[in-house]
Ligand binder design. Sequence first.
Ligand code: NAX
Length: 329
Amino acid sequence: MKDPITISVTGAAGQIGYALLFRIASGAVFGPDQPVNLRLIEIEPALPALDGVVMELDDCAFPLLREVVPTADLAVGFSGANWALLVGSVPRKAGMERGDLLGINGKIFTGQGQAIAANAASDVRTLVVGNPCNTNALIAMANADGVPNDRFFAMTRLDENRAKSQLATKAGVHHSQVSNLCIWGNHSATQYPDFTNAKIDGKPVTEVITDRAWLEGEFIPTVQQRGAAIIKARGASSAASAANAAIDTVVSLCNPTAEGDWHSVGVCSDGSYGIAEGIIASMPIRTKADGSWEVVQGVPVDDFSRGKIDASVAELLEEREAVKDLIPG
Ligand code: NAX
């Protein structure tokens, strides 16, 4: 049996946490021979609820689950973390502007970035799920002195999965037949689910779905607005599918990507595709055999795509400007 790895999860008593922790503990993320320690981080008022989650984890008697530590102390919570899954954040309330939300949540991620740098394992990787996830990841990265920028990720995989599902349904195929689907930009309503490079059974989507008006006018807004549609239908935001996408992201970053394919995740831009250097933007990523990742180069960006990508990047730059006081240097 391997040595246990440590996974820290913030917002562990929340909806997504509830759908995520049991799958990590069961081995669905890191494999059936990889023991895991869980460090579960919550704010003080949520600690009683978190105790209930810990009781349920105990009651599963998972063979792979070793230590479980519930805490509101960031130093304890990130101690020895190999993966930090930053799920917790404050939801937008009535009357709150986007800028207010950026400020409130931004402060959470300065402290968490610092605590990761001070306490996590030297190989720590951080995935931010809590919204606005791209800019929260940027703040955590900027405050995690000494942790390389390429260890910070923002989740756009739920958007990728949603897009694949929409295309598959339209084409009458199984979603596993859809590949090369890239979400570009921000995890927000400006994101661009790129159908121009996506494939169905290896053929360009635009050859399989010839209704361009549907692709531009229905597919894109449906993916962009899917979160709002779920809230309307369920009375609560997506949780199980979000947890599933977090798992997909970690699995994709830990295992080599299939030849010729890619996956979507927000990473620190190196300027590829004209995306401003230093922001956390979603783009096509491949995980290599040695476990490192790279931006897939040479993906065609036509004029239509260019406009969409630029609009989402412009929003990310505005967000960065709004939180500039939280970004040292
Ligand atoms: P919940 O409100 O159910 O849970 C959030 C939990 O975070 C609460 O238990 C709260 O006490 C905790 N929390 C708040 N501040 C904290 C802090 N400083 N440290 C530790 N914990 C803290 O929300 P849930 O439905 O679980 O969603 C969590 C986040 O995911 C939200 O920001 C949400 O917007 C975001 N999402 C991101 C998605 C993505 O694709 N990137 C999709 C799903 C989801 O909307």
